[in-house]
Design a binder for this molecule. Structure first.
Ligand SMILES: Nc1nc2c(c(=O)[nH]1)N[C@H]1C(S)=C(S)[C@@H](COP(=O)(O)O)O[C@H]1N2
Ligand SMILES: [Mo]
Length: 586
């Protein structure tokens, strides 16, 4: 049947000889070897595009400083005028409640505040790491180089193939988790796991806010909030702050800031995060419309900017408007000047700093633990998302991207070269494992089988996306021929190419997805024969999953009961070597 030796399983079924060509993977990270030994290279200062020109945002620093000085002077000048003084007198900043105010922060709010702070640290750091995996932000879903509005990376070179992986940048290890280039697989476990905790904390907060009068602090109930916010703004800017009545009520500006943070920014973080997922984006057809993946990613970044800005100003205000009182309010819940709150604050901050310091070294030392813990925390949710039907997320001809980022390590064996030289006339796709009729399919034969075309969006784990028309044979047609046995639960796709660290690139997919009409072995792209860069002779399309699961340069397909004994047992090459998850609908 095949030129490679076949081996037998204890139950007598034939197993794919390529199983033996898979490699194990280390459970620790050796930085020089990471991701195929890509050197650690950082990004560039943020550049924003204005028309065709790129502006280095560092120039903004002196501009912001100059504007701040002018604004402070203007606010002070204004406060010396009679009309503004009258305005501030009638609108002192704090909207007086019609009901007698109640005071203080209940114990649950104080604990939730602490948890929020702790969770946000990991979410933000891991989020930056994910951003660094594709350090460009766009509004359009095509991710065409040059159309991004913000980049932390040099322009894409045009004189050679520039893979998406090469585009990733390192972060300092104290900032990103874990800082290395192309380490978003690990960062995503941190990001998603703490997202879940943060969401739970948020749901409890929403319930308790409205079960108590606490919501009145941060939900404006009259239009007076606006003149009072303006008044508070002028007072802050003039550096003669409005009185701090936070124990009883917030001023207009505080109310608006908290309202936006809790009721706009936080839900937006969730929505724009989910909208980047292939499963959700395709299911809800948000893709082609307003909230395409890149617009969602850009808005997700704006939420990050808001949150970081909020945290900075919030902290400065805590320190400058009566530190001891403020700290007692949020720790012991007393309105006093005692030092107790300060000491509690120091202990809490020490815990945060220790957790901050440990996160990256722990991840580098125990990446497998991070992967397994993440899988336990959010794997079940990802499993649920895999059930969705992606058919709604199909496009039309005019949506096809002109640029499609290439990724992955090309096949370099003599065997592949020989097949290529012959235009794959001698290529045989081996399909075996737990099937009634293991067999090989010639390339010509595959092209006489049922044919399907679809225009769909590709979602890379790094963050970029692109739309292409794919044509090929549905996996269901292959299944009809080979007849998987009832024991077959997973399907392994083996590549002609090695993964970045050597050993055959492979990935597993659930058997259910094989019967989805959008799951294809594609041999055409945008109406032409699939090019070498994009995976010739065959590549997989499974529109529920992220890009790395769509094996290119496919050589063999094996139906298995379990993937534990393939490679390192995690469900694919990147799962083994870069600690990705095997369920990747998000
Ligand atoms: N054999 C093989 N297939 C692969 C990869 C790879 O490295 N080797 N990379 C994957 C990743 S991460 C992505 S995003 C897509 C990229 O497909 P493209 O080059 O057509 O954009 O291929 C996937 N298939
Ligand atoms: Mo990818």
């Amino acid at each position: 049947m095949s030129d490679l030796p076949s081996r037998n399983t204890p139950d007598g079924g034939s197993r794919d000889p390529l199983e033996g060509a898979l490699t194990g993977a280390p459970d620790t990270i050796d930085v020089p070897e990471w991701a195929g030994g890509i050197p650690q290279v950082g990004g560039v200062p943020p550049h924003v595009r204005v028309g065709n020109r790129w502006v280095n945002l560092l120039w903004l620093l002196p501009v912001v400083a100059a504007v701040a000085i002018v604004a402070i002077a203007a606010a002070q000048g204004l406060r010396a005028t009679k009309p503004v003084q009258n305005f501030i007198e009638t609108n002192p900043g704090t909207v007086t409640a019609p009901e007698p105010p109640y005071s203080g922060f209940p114990w649950w709010l104080r604990w939730q505040h602490l948890f929020n702070l702790f969770f946000m640290m990991f979410i933000i750091r891991a989020g930056l790491q994910i951003l660094a995996a594709h350090p460009r932000l766009y509004w359009n879903r095509n991710s065409t180089p040059g159309t991004e509005w913000l980049r932390f990376q040099k322009p894409v070179p045009t004189d050679r193939i520039w893979t998406a992986k090469e585009d990733s940048v390192s972060l300092p290890r104290w900032l990103g988790i874990p800082g290395l280039r192309h380490s978003m697989g690990l960062a995503r476990w941190w990001h998603f796991s703490f997202d879940l905790l943060w969401l739970l904390n948020g749901v409890i907060l929403f319930v308790l806010l409205f079960a108590t009068p606490q919501w009145e602090r941060i939900v404006p109930t009259s239009l007076d909030v606006f003149p009072n916010a303006l008044s508070a703004g002028i007072q802050y800017l003039s550096l003669d702050f409005p009185s701090n009545d936070g124990w009883i009520a917030y001023n207009g500006l505080q109310t608006l800031a908290y309202f936006i943070t809790v009721f706009i920014a936080a839900p937006l973080a969730l929505i724009t995060g989910l909208a980047q997922s292939p499963a959700i984006s395709n299911r809800l057809k948000l893709t082609g419309r307003v909230l395409n993946r890149q617009a969602a990613r850009t808005l997700h970044f704006f939420v990050l900017m808001w949150m970081v800005g909020f945290i900075l100003i919030h902290t400065v205000m805590i320190w400058t408007t009566g530190l001891l009182e403020n700290l007692n309010h949020i720790t012991t819940g007393d309105d006093s000047n005692a030092w107790t709150g300060f000491w509690i604050y120091l202990v809490a901050m020490a815990v945060v700093i220790v957790a901050w310091a440990i996160a990256t070294p722990f991840t580098l030392k125990h990446p497998r633990v991070v992967q397994r813990t993440g899988q336990r925390m959010v794997g079940w949710l990802k499993g649920l998302l895999q059930q969705v039907d992606p058919r709604a997320g199909q496009y039309t001809e005019s949506d096809i991207s002109t640029h499609f980022w290439p990724n992955g390590k090309m096949p370099d064996s003599d065997e592949f070269q020989a097949l290529l030289d012959n235009d794959f006339a001698d290529f045989r796709l081996r399909v075996d494992g737990l099937v009634e009729h293991p067999r090989e399919f010639g390339f010509d034969e595959l092209r006489t089988m049922p044919h399907r075309e679809q225009i769909t969006e590709h979602f890379c784990i790094q963050g970029w996306s692109g739309v292409a028309r794919w044509g090929g044979v549905p996996m269901s047609a292959i299944c009809d021929v080979v007849q998987p046995t009832p024991e077959a639960k997973w399907v392994a796709f083996y590549s002609f190419a090695d993964g970045a660290e050597g050993g055959v690139y492979y990935d597993v997919h659930s058997i259910e997805h094989m019967y989805h009409e959008l799951t294809l072995l594609a041999y055409e792209m945008n109406g032409e024969r699939l090019g070498l860069t994009y995976g010739a002779p065959l590549r997989l399309r499974n529109e529920v999953e992220l890009g790395f699961k769509m094996v290119k340069w496919i050589r063999a397909v094996e139906f298995v009961a379990d993937f534990k004994d393939l490679g390192d047992g995690e469900g694919g090459y990147n799962e083994d070597h870069e600690f990705f998850g095997y369920r990747m609908p998000i």
